[in-house]
Design a protein around this ligand. Sequence first.
Ligand code: FAD
Ligand code: NAP
Length: 636
Amino acid sequence: MNEEINSILDRYGIPKESQFGGNRRGPHPASVNRPVHYPEWDEKPSDRGYVVSNHMINEPPERPFRIVVIGAGAAGIDFLHHAPKQLGDLGVEIVCYEKNPDVGGTWYENRYPGCACDVPSVSYSFPWKQNPNWRKFYSTSKEIWEYMKSIVDEEGMMKYIQLQCKIVSANWNDERSKWNVRVRRQYPGKDSSFEEWSEECDMILNGGGFLNDWKWPKIPGIKTFTGDLFHTAGFQEGYDLKDKTVAVIGAGSSGIQTVSAVYPEVKKLYTWVRSATWITAAIGQKFASKDGRNFAYTPEQRELFERSPETYHRYHKMIEHELNNRFRTVLRNSAESEEANAFAYNEMTAKLKTKPDILEAMLPRDFSVGCRRPTPDNGYLGALVGEKTKVLPGSIKSITEKGVVAEDGTEYPVDVIICATGFDTSFRPRFPIFGLNPDLPLAEKWAKIPASYLGISVDGFPNYFTYGGPFTPVAQGSVLPILSLLSKYFITVIKTMRVQHIRRLSPKPSAVEDFLEHTKTYLPRTVWADPCTSWFKQGTKDGDLIMWPGSRLSFFEALREPYLQDYDIEYFSRNRFGYLGSGFVDFEFKSPLENTWYLDEFSGRKEWKRDGVPYYQDPSEFEGLSEGILPSREIN
Ligand SMILES: Cc1cc2nc3c(=O)[nH]c(=O)nc-3n(C[C@H](O)[C@H](O)[C@H](O)COP(=O)(O)OP(=O)(O)OC[C@H]3O[C@@H](n4cnc5c(N)ncnc54)[C@H](O)[C@@H]3O)c2cc1C
Ligand SMILES: NC(=O)c1ccc[n+]([C@@H]2O[C@H](COP(=O)([O-])OP(=O)(O)OC[C@H]3O[C@@H](n4cnc5c(N)ncnc54)[C@H](OP(=O)(O)O)[C@@H]3O)[C@@H](O)[C@H]2O)c1
């Protein structure tokens, strides 16, 4: 408040004793930098003790808002790109804890032979970061990691990221309206030494990854194997498989990539395909090379993309458009589904015709393409029929010191076993997290089904949001635009919390129940519900389906803006309108030129709405108007 004495009556030449108006005798302070505020106003609370604060609208509460982001994979990187710019004025602090020694998540960890993205490279990029230098139509894991790492470096994100720091627990303290998180910093070296500490934050954004918790298969004797044993997600990059006898267990996306990549190297390959599975058309096949094969961009093409971001953008949109149409194939008994089945059937029967026993074991008879996450042929079927390969359908009986024992008791001695056996996809957090109920950890609440609100939040767990949480459409096209959409949503929530002085929010239990009811009632119409084993059903054939009930675009629509009516909200003030405070908006004092924004917004002219028409503080421009003189400056 400006304390300058304002002797107005003097200025107007009015004697001090004159009696007029309702003000008590001056001098009065002026509202120069802030609105006038008298302490006595605070001494007149409402019957409930409510006091009007001295904030202006848009001014956040004094107490800073600390966000802990879990994970510096694609989700963490996306948030760190958007949030500091957009939340800078709102007293927000951000720290991102990453358990690994480097950033990049999936693409840092997964370096098994052949590991790549099966979504076209341009689609598997952040919508805000074009990469004209993609080497190929489909990119390797390493190249995607380099892309992510370069963003982190270019944008100076390491100032927010603490590596080798794992969140090991989180407890909500409602009295303090804070999360208490426990962080463990692992020191490099063999002695496994670490330090642990607790700290508070106002919000947790969990970007810990939905495919980040790999697991060993439950096969008796697995630990007794004396050769080299790997899981795909923990494969030692550069490990030499040349002339070795290798077993690859699993025929999901990781398994098929591994098999086709190792086949040329190895002396002998045994691979277990426990369940029938479709080998499908490539994702974005129409724009790939012949038969969906990968191809390299020429230097000229890359140069064009560099020179013309709009050309790149149009190319990106064309591919994305195609991927966005794929959801139709997921509806049971649709023409699109039938076509996907027919295409895959023809491909499999043609490519496996020399090995009818493999075809017999692999060809799905009772579920459609898309029931399991699509696994495009990248040379896999060719490797299966290769002379060095033995395909073993059915289960594995055990693993011995020497090798793998098949269902019929035959032992296959091998040098190396690669388990392409997948991840824990239960969505249950890997660390204890307690919300409003201090006796109910989230993992227990989700013991039966991970019931979330639209895949992002949970009732009873305030100020907690998840990227790629249960029911997110993670099997349709690239995940990256989804992460950007979620960042936008979370940032809008955070802005609202700061501006409206919200201390905590979590979805209403009824909103979670309604969403669950909708998904459970909807999903049986999809091929995901066919009787295949799939990680969408936690590896079962008939378990609960954890998948978004609709197209990826319908998810985008549902999460375009937060519907705060679905949330239980508590404010710092006992009155939800406490944020109206002093009755002014901050820009009335801080950037008064904005105070006619609505004239641009409602003008009906797109360019005015977008850019705003500048306000010239030059009254002389219209000075002679009443005398019929034209304004001094004419703007379009
Ligand atoms: C092999 C493979 C291939 C894939 N291919 C595709 C594809 O083609 N297209 C597609 O759209 N998606 C694909 N995916 C899915 C992929 O995971 C996502 O596209 C994307 O990487 C998800 O990013 P994220 O940041 O949410 O998770 P992640 O990339 O998994 O990153 C999570 C990060 O959180 C860290 N973290 C976890 N828990 C903690 C903790 N408690 N404390 C601190 N840090 C923690 C992890 O170390 C990790 O760095 C693939 C996944 C795998 C495994
Ligand atoms: N875009 C890509 O290129 C790419 C690459 C890799 C991964 N991913 C993502 O990661 C997800 C997971 O893929 P994933 O291949 O790692 O895992 P997955 O899809 O869960 O596949 C696991 C495979 O291992 C088999 N398996 C598990 N335990 C076994 C056991 N004890 N004995 C024999 N076989 C066993 C499973 O057989 P059953 O079917 O019989 O259970 C299945 O074939 C994918 O769906 C995808 O979302 C994507």
